[in-house]
Design a protein around this ligand. Sequence first.
Ligand SMILES: Cc1cc2nc3c(=O)[nH]c(=O)nc-3n(C[C@H](O)[C@H](O)[C@H](O)COP(=O)(O)OP(=O)(O)OC[C@H]3O[C@@H](n4cnc5c(N)ncnc54)[C@H](O)[C@@H]3O)c2cc1C
Length: 449
Amino acid sequence: MSEHVDVAILGMGPGGEVAASRLLKAGRKVAVIERELIGGECAYWACIPSKTVLRPPEARTEVQRAAGVAGAELDWSATSDYRDYMIRHLDDQGQVDGYAGQGALVIKAEARITGPGRIQAGDRELTAEHIIIATGSDAVIPPLDGLADITAWTNRETYTAKTLPKRAAIIGGSAVGVETATFLSRFGVAVTLIQRGNRLLEREEPRVGELALKHLKDAGVDIRLGTTARSGHRDNDASVLELDDGSRVTVDVVIFATGRTPRSKDLGFETVGVSLGEHGQVQVDEHCQAAENVWAIGDVTGIMPFTHVAKYQGRIAADAILGNPRPATYDGIPRVVFGDPEIAAAGLTKQQADQQGLSTVGTELDLANAIARPWTYEQDPRGFLGLLADADSKTLVGAWAVGPMAGEWIHHASLAIRTKIPIHTLRDQVAQFPTYNEAYQAALDDLDV
Ligand SMILES: Cc1cc2nc3c(=O)[nH]c(=O)nc-3n(C[C@H](O)[C@H](O)[C@H](O)COP(=O)(O)OP(=O)(O)OC[C@H]3O[C@@H](n4cnc5c(N)ncnc54)[C@H](O)[C@@H]3O)c2cc1C
């Protein structure tokens, strides 16, 4: 006998959780189906543990750089205890009880779609008016000769480690690679970062990659740009990587920060007419609809692999199911790398704007030369803000910031880009003195539009 629900949600990461909460609140009968832990990658192995372990080094940097305060010491044992508390000791019983308490049918099992409105979840069969696919993504480990012989970690082992290695090689210089290098190097691990491309954070402005490189080098990270690992082998307890420049790196662990792939294979999606893109991403329309009465949200859509995007799409899909459809737009959504200092961006890079045929004007501001906050905040202040404007519409189309708390103050640009606030209106904004937000005023004054 199958059970019937209004909506079945496959995968309970941040996307699935937001959709479930919205639908439950609206009185729908919802099945929440999760094969591992309710909370998904973000809550246990990604955003939450990584930001938790990056905070003590950040606080220590703040103490080291502020005048008149000293003595901050890092304590890995206390840090990892707090991280374990934050990742609920890899136990989701509280979440299971919480959703059951809200009236959801909670199923802890691997699920697949078996036909229109039909799902097999472990040994249970369900029928549903609507299905939401929220199965997330998996870490990619590219082929490497000798992979089986080395100690290879992904984000999962890295962010649940009880003991830190003495030496680590990180392969990949995008957000996860940069954050992981920041975390480990600040905790005293000798880190070598191997990046195939010629700069870090290749999807951002080249200047952002340059600043990320400088700050990681200052933290003692050995960065090898334009380099790939050719093979690996074991030497007693050590893992050795042979690089294509002829050099060799000997470490305790090799961490793969080499991207993610949508979890979309062998889950029966084709039985309901869902199409996959060339990278296996579920194709969705502007309402996150993937087929008739089938919706997809989060990393599995391959649109923007962030928790805040998964949550946004969860709201979009739930609202469409509830009869209040509104199109999703992705303009100006912030992208933050929690380095030391933080690295943030929103909107287009100059290259993307050129590809769209926009005529743009840009500016870069050294915060220390323009505003007071960096000086009251720390000695030898760090911080830059870049803005990119469309000369025709006279609105911001892109922004980046590297500096303390940049992940907080990038939202000013995010909102301006998303809502197309005219530059003359932005120039009339009055920011609190002395804050990092004042940088926008100074940068907008420099912008020739
Ligand atoms: C190291 C790291 C740090 C990150 N830090 C940040 C950050 O600071 N901020 C940010 O915005 N993003 C960050 N991200 C990205 C973020 O983790 C993802 O974008 C987010 O988790 C996507 O949410 P989701 O709901 O799509 O999928 P997931 O979180 O992957 O959840 C999907 C869930 O579906 C379940 N599932 C899969 N298949 C099935 C099935 N067949 N049946 C039942 N259940 C299934 C999985 O077990 C999983 O629990 C980080 C990623 C990494 C790797």
